[in-house]
Design a protein. Sequence first.
Length: 488
Amino acid sequence: MTMIKKKRHAFPLFIFLILSTFLISSFAAGTTPTDKKKKEALASIDKHKTEIIALSDQIWQLAETALQETQSSKLLADYAEAQGFKVERGVAGLPTAFIATFGQGSPIIGVLGEYDALPGLSQRAQPVKEALQPGAAGHGCGHNLLGAAALSSALAIKELMEAGKLKGTIRFYGTPAEEATGGKVYMVRAGLFNDLDACLTWHPGQKTAVSVDGSQAIVEFIIEFFGRAAHAAGDPWNGRSAVAAMELYTTGLNRMREFVKPTVRMHYSILNGGDVPNVVPAYARLWCWLRDSKGTGVEQLLERARHLAEGAAMMTEVDYRLTVHGGNWETLVNLSGEKLIFNNLIRLGPIKFTQEEQEFAKEIQKSSGVEPKGLDGTVQPWTVPKPDPEGGSTDVGDVSWQVPTISFNATTAPLDTPWHAWPVVACGGMSIGHKGMIYAARVMAATMVDLYENPRNIQAMKEEFEQKRKGVIYKPFIPDGPPIIIKK
Ligand SMILES: [Zn+2]
């Protein structure tokens, strides 16, 4: 996904200031038993910092794409095993998915980690655009940082449990293919989140903030048109063009844009559009993504897309097939949990970047044609959640309908530069990304201490979750069987 750029409605400043003064005493002061445990969790993260950075750098170098993350997932799983977690590999029928568990009994808290890269984004860890390996993949969404930070936070909790300071179970979920088919949806279908009490994750970003706006729902499908080949000049009357049908379909979809809600996003790629001009094309294939702020909206769009395909096929006298191969639900935001994260963000304070790191970021901004404002590591104020999330989807959404799930962003890239692009790769392989990653691990570990220490926190999350989920029957968009990775 899915870094979601947010225009925030500012929370009244005075409330923010009052909150901040309340919470500003750092854990280092160690005034309460919970604070002491948080301090110990942070110490554990510091102790393993070099190893975690090395892991994220190795995953950054490997840059393995969706469901190909064999070595990346092995690196994380091996590390978890070496640290004393019980590791189960290849869960939910996904060879690159795994679960690392420690402890016993309740509460059971899960942490989600991702590690897939994006094709074609290879980039050196430098402020000038240059591929590390031309044509190769790159971590344009910072998932090398995402997985390593999540595991680091789980390890900190494990060490507190081992020392008899926290009770319960900690579970790290190695979740592949976030960028493609959504490994978490398959893990949801396999029931792997059913016994969790709460679930946490984070995402690299250009700002450091709680995630109270959620993400969009999406459905992905393939439309194929089947026509009849003939000589395009010799006997065109014997042919029926699959490409003509596809053109009518996309025309229909584009005409439909005016008559959908402003929250809708529709995009497509043409995968097959005929081979040579002198053959009437017998086959055409289109990859289509439809998004809206809610899964119900997406279902309606899908119905309309079916009608368009049917109409296009009818007009051109060809056959068609529409195959849904995936999708995500919107994220069910849990404000009770987000508040815990927010408190920890405030108490940990901003991510402090060096002058050198700011210069690195400004270089990138200049070459991206945006204002050289550098990096923003400050904690963004609490904002009023928007009713309609914008600009992206994630398979975390599907998890959020199974268990109260919370997330936040930590700064790992310069402001206003393109996401899913080389600036994110460049920063994710050097100290800017490392800093955001370690910070994220600290926030997650501190928040988990709040959950293990105080059952009322989990209770509040569960109550909100049950109330928001009431009457909704979750049904994943994925078809039966294993995931399909769409290729040209
Ligand atoms: Zn992402």
